[in-house]
Design a protein around this ligand. Sequence first.
Ligand SMILES: Nc1nc2c(ncn2[C@@H]2O[C@H](COP(=O)(O)OP(=O)(O)OP(=O)(O)O)[C@@H](O)[C@H]2O)c(=O)[nH]1
Ligand SMILES: [Mg+2]
Length: 492
Amino acid sequence: MNTNTREGIAVTAEPAILVGVRLPGSRMDFHEPLGELRSLAETAGAAVVGELMQNRVSPEGRTYIGKGKVEELVAMTAELGARVIIFDNELSPSQIQELEKETKVKVIDRSELILDIFANRATTREAQLQVEIAQLEYTAPRLRAMWSHLGQVTGGAPVGVGTRGPGEQQLEIDRRIVSRKLVALRRELDDVRVRKAREVEMRRAEHFTVGIVGYTNAGKSTLFNALTAGGAYAADKLFATLMTRVERWSIGGANAVLLSDTVGFIRDLPHHLVASFRATLEDAIHAHALLIVLDASDREAPQQLETVRGVLDDVGANTQPRFLLLNKVDRIGTLPFEERQSLRTLEEWEEKEPGAIAISALTGDGFDALRDRVRDLVTGGIRRRSIRVPIASARFIDVIEKRCNVLERNYGEDEVELVVEIGDRQIESLLPMGEPFLVDGEDPRPKRASWGSHGGRRRAPHLAEPSPEPSDEPSDEPSDEPRSAASETDGS
Ligand SMILES: Nc1nc2c(ncn2[C@@H]2O[C@H](COP(=O)(O)OP(=O)(O)OP(=O)(O)O)[C@@H](O)[C@H]2O)c(=O)[nH]1
Ligand SMILES: [Mg+2]
C-alpha cells in the first residue's frame, strides 16, 4: 500500500504544491490565478512550497494536466519535498489515482480542501453533521485507503482495520458502510434542522430580520460585531465563521431588527456543501432583508458579488430586498498604487449598482446611511395610526408593542385600541401572523384574494371571530409565512 497517498484529506503543516489549469471561460483571478487557492491552503494549515499553472482548451482525460506538465510536477514534488498536491480544479477519482501513482504523494482538489477547512472549524453538532455528510458524499468515493478515512470521519468509530488493499469486495463493503452511516447522519441532521427551522420561524414572525451575507473574508462578522453587542469571531481567515449568530441591532427611533451573521460564500463551493449548509443559511434565506457585504478593496469584488448572488438564487433567498454594502473603503487608500488602479472605483460601483452603500466595518464609516436605509425599509414611512385588536390576541399585541412606538392604549370590553407610530411596511409585516386587526378602522389586508377561500366573498375580519385557519382548505392566497427547511423557496 502506498502510505504517502490518500489516507485522508487533511493537509495540516504539510509542504504543498498548488496546481491550476485555466480552461476557456475560467473564473480564476487573471492577475493571481492561484491566490485564492493559496489562502485556502494556508487557512487549512498547509505550507505552500510551489505552484504550477497550465492553460488548456480542455482537461487531459487521464491526469487532467498534460503529460509534460505531469513530468514537471513529478520533478517539482521531489525537489521541493512536497507531501501534498492541491488542484484548483475538480478531479475525478481516477485522475486522482493516476496523479498519485505518478507523483507518489497525496493529491486533493479544491473542494476537498474546503471540506477540510470546514471540518476543522465545525464546533457545533449541526456543523459537524453537515461536514461529515459532505465528506462522506464527496470524498469517500475518491479514496483508495477508505478504511482509514472512515476511521477519520467517524471520529475513530470501529469500521475495520486498514490493512488490506481495496479489492472489489472490500470496496463493496466500504460502500455499504458509507451509505448506512449516511442514512444515520442525515436522520440526525434532519432533527436538528426541524428544530432550527422552528426557531427561525419564530424569530421571523415576531421581528424584522436582516441577514448579513457575502463572500468569505468580506467583513461580515466585523460588521455584525460593530452593529450589535457582538461576540462573533472575526479574523483574516477564510471561513472564520461557520455557524449563524443572531443579535439585536438598534436602527434608531424605537426600531430594532434582528441581525444574523453567517458562513461566507466562495466560488465553486462544493455542491454537497451548499446543500448541507442550507440549514446554516436558514436565517438568511428567510430574512426579511439582506445585507450583501462586499470587500470593495479586493480586485475580485465583481466576481465575488456574482458568486454571492448565484448562491442566494440557489438556496432560494431571492425575494427579499437587498442592500449592497461596499466594505473596507478605509483600506482602499492604503493599497499600493498598482493594486488600487485595478479596483473598480466607488463611482463605477455606484453606476453599476445604484444604491450601493460605501462603508467601513472597521471605522464605522457609512453606518448612519446604512441605518437610515434599513429603517426606511422597515417602517415604510411612519405615521400615527390607530390599531384595533381583539384583547384575546395577547401575543399579537405584544408583537406590536415590540415593533413600534405605542403612544396610547385604550381598553374596551373585548378589544384594545393602540395609538402607534407605524409605517406601511410594518403593517404589512404583521399580516402573515393571521391575526384580525383594523388600522384606522379599515382592514389592512390587500383587497384581492384574501378570505377568498370562504365562499368567494371578501369579509372584513370581524374582531370577535378568529381568523380563518389556513389548514381548513387550500387557499391560493400568497403566503408570507416562513417555511420549513425543506421548502424550495421563500414563497413570498
Ligand atoms: N481595513 C478593513 N478591514 C476590514 C474591514 N472589515 C473587515 N475587515 C477585516 O477583514 C478580515 C475578515 O473579517 P471578518 O469579519 O472575519 O470577515 P467574514 O466576512 O466574517 O469572513 P468569514 O467568516 O471567514 O466568511 C478581518 O481581518 C477584518 O479585520 C474594514 O472595513 N476595513
Ligand atoms: Mg465571519
